[in-house]
Design a binder for this molecule. Structure first.
Ligand code: NAD
Ligand code: WQD
Length: 343
């Protein structure tokens, strides 16, 4: 029988790609999502890739009773991959309580149920945002967590602490905390991808929307950083590579292979690219020009960050393998397709 994995936020961007990889690896995914930032069509997208429509429960993870009905309905859940969260940094500044409530209450509810129903394994979505602007680069997992720049970032820091405290108190609990760098791109089939709400904040959807003519031009936020071309540097990781890391993390937990009750891994490529380099790579890969204007720095942005992924490479046996241009082509294919759907 296939092992069942509960995936909260499984119709979202990273969750849906992970469900595909779970199914491709022989697991049965049960998705819990309140559809606050995704839609049921994603289930068809997943099915068109894998041939299997995953089980789906429309439940808000902040609703403890609702969540408990799911855990009772699927008594043989072996692990939980917890993606469900609100993730817009700017919005979190305007609506901090919404972010603390959604991101932390959902985690507390899950941990309660994991304890009550003896589900020992948790894979948690954290973020490179916990490092702020690191003192040295690349960033390793043991570098200090810096004061959060936003309520969103703070929810990730607090969530990491909650999981560690919970694991100290309940010796059965094991968790792998994955700190994602900048996830980008879409499934190569263009059946699933990122669906930003309104005007995108993130670079790649803004690039593809500008290339598609939906936005007039892209603002390059800052060209006076202390970087080779003056624009800010990030570590862009392909979402399918990222999704595969979740399978590696899950299998480490299921095999009792963890060295500690709670482990942290950076998920990045190890390579930093500037905003201008991304635009250049996009134009080379697609042949489409992206109109841009140099604008001032965006408030709260850090100058440069990229991962040292050596620990994940070694311990998870995982590596980000996709070339930058391939990631960007997948994002462009997805933009063109989702454009057709919107029309
Ligand atoms: P997403 O918004 O596409 O997916 C999140 C999903 O969770 C959505 O389908 C949404 O409907 C659902 N959801 C939100 N709150 C819920 C709740 N209370 N109950 C049930 N479902 C709920 O986001 P994503 O980009 O796929 O991010 C997934 C996770 O990864 C999040 O925890 C996010 O903070 C984290 N993360 C994302 C990035 C990024 O750049 N995308 C970077 C680092 C970390
Ligand atoms: C990347 C670079 C911008 C848009 C955010 C969150 C972080 C994590 C990932 C969840 C930056 C520049 C962007 C534009 C630009 N999410 N840019 N013009 O800011 O690294 O990280 O998403 O955990 O927590 O903060 O990603 O894609 O917004 O920006 O010049 O129109 O592109 O200034 O240098 P960021 P991003």
């Amino acid at each position: 029988m296939k092992e069942k994995i509960l995936v909260t936020g499984g119709t979202g961007y990273i969750g849906s790609h992970t469900v595909v990889e779970l199914q491709n690896s022989g697991y049965e995914a049960v998705i819990v999502d309140n559809l606050s930032n995704s839609s049921l069509d994603v289930l068809d997208g997943i099915a068109s890739i894998t041939g299997v429509k995953p089980a789906f429960e429309k439940i808000d993870c902040c609703d403890l009773q609702g969540l408990e009905t799911v855990v009772k309905k699927y008594p043989d859940i072996k692990a939980i991959i917890h993606f469900a969260a609100s993730k817009a940094v700017g919005e979190s500044v305007d609506k901090p309580l919404l972010y603390y409530r959604n991101n932390l209450l959902s985690l507390l509810n899950l941990l309660d149920l994991m304890n009550k129903y003896n589900i020992p394994n948790l894979v948690f979505s954290s973020s490179c945002t916990v490092y702020g602007q690191p003192d040295t680069l690349p960033v390793t997992e043991n570098m200090p967590v810096k004061p959060a720049q936003s309520p969103y970032g703070n929810t990730k820091q607090i969530a990491e602490e909650i999981i560690q405290d919970a694991a100290r108190a309940d010796k059965r609990l094991k968790s792998v905390i994955l700190r994602y760098f900048n996830p980008v791109g879409a499934h190569p089939s263009a059946a699933i991808g990122e669906l930003p709400n309104g005007v995108p904040n993130n670079l790649i959807p803004f690039v593809t929307q500008t290339a598609a003519g939906i936005r007039e031009y892209l603002c390059v936020f800052g060209n006076d950083y202390n970087t080779p071309d003056g624009s800010a540097i990030r570590d862009y990781i392909y979402v399918v590579d990222l999704a595969k890391a979740h399978i590696a993390a899950l299998e480490r937990l299921l095999a009792n292979g963890s060295r500690q009750d709670v482990e942290f891994f950076n998920l990045g490529t190890g390579k930093g690219l500037s905003v201008l380099e991304i635009l250049d790579e996009f134009e080379k890969a697609t042949g489409v020009k992206v109109k841009r204007k140099i604008a001032g720095r965006r408030q709260g942005d850090i100058e440069k960050v990229w991962a040292d992924p050596a620990l994940a490479n070694r311990e998870l046996g995982w590596k980000a393998e996709t070339a930058t241009q391939d990631m960007l082509i997948s994002a462009w294919k997805w933009e063109q397709k989702s454009n057709i759907v919107k029309r």
